[in-house]
Write a protein that binds this ligand. Structure first.
Ligand code: C5P
Length: 401
């Protein structure tokens, strides 16, 4: 998806082994529609060559404050005047210190200090765990945040130096996601949003169970869109193969009952509850502790079912219920059933999937049912629809008193 179409990003590289990820990052940003202007510190050129970065970005790389190629020799000014954001990735401990004290030690730091005041500056720290935890670095991180600089990551894990802990730079895909998020309107800033997603899995025995074809894509797209809009997002997810969207708290569950329990234990204080999960209507009450064996006589197992709790209806019936949104995947007469389902669940907004072949697909077509009637959202990528839905939900939320 061209989520960064037309965006001009100045990508700054400072000295660190994570420079190798900057190559992938450049490709990712360009694939998302952005143009990338690379600026490197001298230290960065020891880790990855300007030739590589020029080839990937398709633009000459700037490394020097004194550059006779530039007519006015003021790269530190010119480079940011038409930019939409500056991203420093990797950002070394030393470069954070320089930014924190407003230093101008080379082209990149001078350019950051001389940037227009409204131009977003993001940094993706990358360093050894001890360097990250050092009080001096933590003091600089606080200073950067106070100065309105966005600090993306770092992550914890194995480090190139062989030690383990906080300090790994976020992966290229995560940084692209963060850049996309930075450009989205903050219509849910400060709101708490809980989303259920994916299928549930109801065991029959230790190796078998009943599930459905839900991929979780729509729920995950909504979680990402809600977080992009500034919300604090909890995603309660059945089994899926999807990556957790950046900045989203994900809680994994298997059965409908587990999903119900997690939702009910955390729903207090939520502003919005979006039930996207394809929850199994029934569970097997006589699930076997041991694997069921085929009988020699050809007898069949007798499964006994019980109804699962309706999570959405239960949340909607709470005295201080959040703004509840449900989904409907009907195979016929969606318009008739959609209206009825909104009423039956007693929710303000119900989203109908037009056609029931949406499971697993990247695209969808939706219709919104609310008290005023219905609105159709034409066929589009699920992420695009998710952003439209989040806008629609934010418009329907009661203004904070
Ligand atoms: O009743 P039906 O399953 O068609 O309703 C679908 C909507 O209700 C979806 O939003 C789904 O996430 C939610 N649901 C639920 N708990 C259930 C069944 C459905 O939250 N047990």
């Amino acid at each position: 998806m061209l989520d960064l179409a037309g965006k001009r990003i100045v990508l700054g590289l400072t000295g660190g082994i994570a420079c190798y990820k900057a190559a992938e990052l450049t490709r990712g940003l360009i694939k998302a529609g952005a143009s990338v202007q690379v600026v490197m510190t001298d230290a960065a050129t020891h880790f990855i060559t300007p030739v590589t970065m020029q080839a990937l970005s398709g633009q000459p790389v700037h490394t020097d404050q004194w550059d006779a190629r530039i007519a006015n020799n003021m790269a530190h000014i010119d480079l940011t005047r038409t930019a939409d954001a500056i991203l420093i990735a990797p950002c070394s401990a030393d470069f954070m210190a320089t930014l924190a004290r407003g230093g101008c030690t080379d082209l990149l730091s001078t350019m950051c200090l001389a940037r227009p005041s409204m131009l977003p500056l993001m940094v993706a720290p990358a360093m050894n765990v001890e360097m990250w935890q050092n009080p001096a670095t933590q003091r600089n991180v606080r200073q950067l945040k106070d100065d309105g600089i966005m600090v993306l990551g770092p992550d914890a894990g194995e480090q190139a130096c062989g030690e383990t802990g906080m300090g790994r730079m976020l992966e290229a895909v995560q940084l692209v996601e963060e850049m996309v998020a930075a450009f989205q309107p903050k219509s849910l800033r400060g709101k708490q949003v809980m989303i259920t997603a994916g299928p549930t899995f109801e065991p029959i025995d230790p190796v078998r169970g009943i599930t459905n074809l839900s991929s979780g894509k729509m729920g995950y797209a909504l979680a990402r869109a809600a977080r992009e809009a500034g919300a604090d997002v909890t995603l309660v997810s059945g089994p899926t193969a999807l990556a957790t969207p950046a900045g989203v708290q994900r809680i994994n569950v298997q059965t409908a009952q587990q999903m119900f329990d997690v939702v009910m234990s955390r729903v207090t204080g939520q502003d919005v509850f979006i039930a996207v999960a394809a929850v199994a209507d029934w569970r097997v009450v006589n699930a076997s502790e041991q694997k069921l064996k085929k009988s020699a006589e050809g007898g069949l197992p007798a499964l006994v079912f019980a109804a699962n709790p309706d999570i959405l209806a239960t949340v909607a019936a709470l005295p201080q219920a959040p703004y509840c949104v449900g989904f409907a995947a009907e195979s016929e007469q969606l318009l008739k059933y959609g209206k009825a389902k909104r009423a039956a669940k007693n929710i303000p907004l119900l989203i109908g999937n037009i056609g029931h072949h949406t499971f697993g697909m990247d695209e969808n077509e939706l219709v919104l049912f609310d008290a005023d009637g219905q609105i159709q959202f034409p066929h589009a990528h699920k992420q695009t629809l998710a952003r439209q839905l989040i806008t629609a939900i934010s418009e329907r939320l009661a203004p904070a008193s």
